[in-house]
Design a protein around this ligand. Structure first.
Ligand code: RTP
Ligand code: MG
Length: 148
């Protein structure tokens, strides 16, 4: 089953949006298979955002993402990579549609609340960067036991 890496950025953690964001992906029907609150090192940030290292905002981006705890997650489900990007909305909250996470909560292009992998290749790379194999859990939902 497809997996993606999602992360509530420092602004989202500070603004108490972790629960709201987790709730949206749970309600959509995706399965949470890994999660942790962590502070990202400079090395991990530079590696994670390596594709942007020549961009003028790179320093600011690394400073911001390392400025406080983030909530890193692995989610599983059919088409979860693209669907999660859709649910996040456009990078710039000013352009993100209402009803998307960035449209509803994002403040600026820098403080846009959530990160999500943009392709199967980046999902695999980012899950590997943030999670040990043992931290990504395989389990099935036992609806017949927990729900009528
Ligand atoms: P992310 O990687 O964080 O999920 O965001 P994204 O795919 O929607 O956007 P991306 O192009 O990968 O950019 C990564 C992050 O860099 C910041 N950014 N700042 N000042 C600027 O013009 C600018 N452009 C991008 C954003 O915080 C964006 O999320
Ligand atoms: Mg990106």
């Amino acid at each position: 089953m497809e997996k993606t890496f999602l992360m509530v950025k420092p602004d989202g953690v500070q603004r108490n949006l972790v629960g709201e964001i987790v709730k949206r992906f749970e309600a959509k029907g995706f399965k949470l298979v890994g999660a942790k609150l962590m502070v990202i090192s400079n090395d991990l940030a530079a590696n994670h955002y390596g594709e942007h290292k020549e961009r003028p905002f790179f320093g600011e981006l690394v400073n911001f993402i390392t400025s406080g705890p983030v909530f890193a997650m692995v989610w599983e489900g059919e088409n979860v990579i693209l669907t999660a990007r859709d649910m996040m909305g456009k990078t710039n909250p000013l352009e993100a549609a209402s009803g998307t996470i960035r449209g509803d909560f994002g403040m600026t292009v820098g403080k846009n609340v959530i990160h999500g992998s943009d392709s199967p290749e980046s999902a695999e790379r980012e899950i590997g960067l943030f999670f040990d194999k043992s931290e990504v859990v395989t389990y099935s939902k036992q609806d017949s036991v927990w729900i009528y």
